[in-house]
Design a protein around this ligand. Structure first.
Ligand SMILES: Nc1ncnc2c1ncn2[C@@H]1O[C@H](COP(=O)(O)OP(=O)(O)OP(=O)(O)O)[C@@H](O)[C@H]1O
Ligand SMILES: [Mg+2]
Length: 284
């Protein structure tokens, strides 16, 4: 499989202009945040994760472009969650490299540093503050964002209120803003948690099985939500629900993982027609 995009420099490689005429240094770009000057937000290269000799991830190569919505599918045990563990620093790879943009080496950062750098993750089970209202949950998430200089008891300013209102609209919970989060349906809690991620403006969002346990109507609305986020955020979504993946994969690339490496990559139509993918996953 060819994964090196034409014209894309691998992280760590020198690129023209980095210390060039304008005196723009690598370091200055890095300090401004994640350096996506080459169009990619994430590079996983030849990653191996070995658990007592068992390779849960086996020479995995994967790149995500800025603003891309990437769907990851594959059978149970394929290594999808483990890949997210590597990206978020929960699991250190045995070998290989993982870069956030051109310059941030994820294998040398801990989970907190990676979250602060702008990678947000949603686990399968919603973890909202049940006693607090929907609005307060978003407010708390905003105040937990280390980039925001505020205290938990400070009043929100109008910009912050507007931001929460915009997220409430996006996650379709405006009418439920004052309800305790504990009274929401499972799907609504999942949306709230996505909202709590969005409010912190992560540059890369990882969603592990976001529609698991949702009703059909909630699943359809989640697909709409992700389609609205497309282009504005870089998102990696792992899902087994093929109806949902088909909905969001219209203009997206799908990666099929199997036994810890990429089995196929392409449009939904391409991977659905791939004999190997049918054999190990879709045909079951
Ligand atoms: N901490 C661990 N120690 C040992 N083996 C592990 C560990 N974490 C994951 N594994 C194994 O690694 C493989 C990949 O697991 P992973 O959870 O990444 O799969 P997945 O693709 O997310 O599967 P699913 O679709 O069921 O969620 C599995 O065989 C799993 O048992
Ligand atoms: Mg998993």
């Amino acid at each position: 499989m060819s994964y090196i995009m034409s014209g894309v420099l691998r992280p760590g490689q020198q690129y023209a202009g980095a210390t060039g005429d304008q005196g723009v240094s690598y370091q200055r770009i890095k300090q401004a945040g994640v350096d996506t000057t080459h169009g990619a937000i994430l590079y996983l290269e030849d990653i191996v994760v070995s658990f007592d000799g068992f390779k849960a991830i086996n020479h995995l190569n994967l790149d995500i472009s800025v603003g891309e919505l990437r769907c990851i599918i594959g059978p149970n045990g394929a290594g999808k969650t483990t890949m997210m563990d590597v990206i978020t620093g929960k699991t250190k790879p045995t070998s290989g490299s993982a870069f956030f943009g051109q310059t941030m080496d994820l294998t040398k950062m801990n989970e907190v540093e990676i979250a602060h750098a702008g990678i947000g993750r949603k686990f399968q089970r919603p973890t909202v503050f049940e006693q607090h209202s929907v609005f307060e949950n978003l407010e708390l998430a905003m105040k937990m964002d280390k980039r925001v200089v505020t205290t938990l008891f400070a009043r929100l300013n109008s910009t912050q209120r507007d931001k929460i209102a915009a997220v409430l609209d996006l996650i379709r919970l405006h009418e439920h803003a004052t309800r305790p989060a504990g009274l929401l349906s499972h799907g609504q809690k999942q949306w709230l948690e996505i909202g709590m991620l969005l409010i912190q403006e992560p540059k890369l969002i990882l969603l592990d099985e976001p529609v698991a346990g949702m009703s059909d109507a909630e699943t359809a609305r989640t697909a709409e939500l992700l389609n609205e986020l497309r282009g504005k955020h870089s998102i990696m979504v792992v899902e087994h629900d093929m109806g949902f993946v088909t909905e969001i994969a219209q203009q997206a690339k799908v990666t099929v993982l199997h036994e810890g490496s990429v089995l196929a990559e392409g449009s939904m139509q391409q991977v659905q027609a791939d004999e190997r993918v049918i054999e190990v996953y879709l045909g079951r």
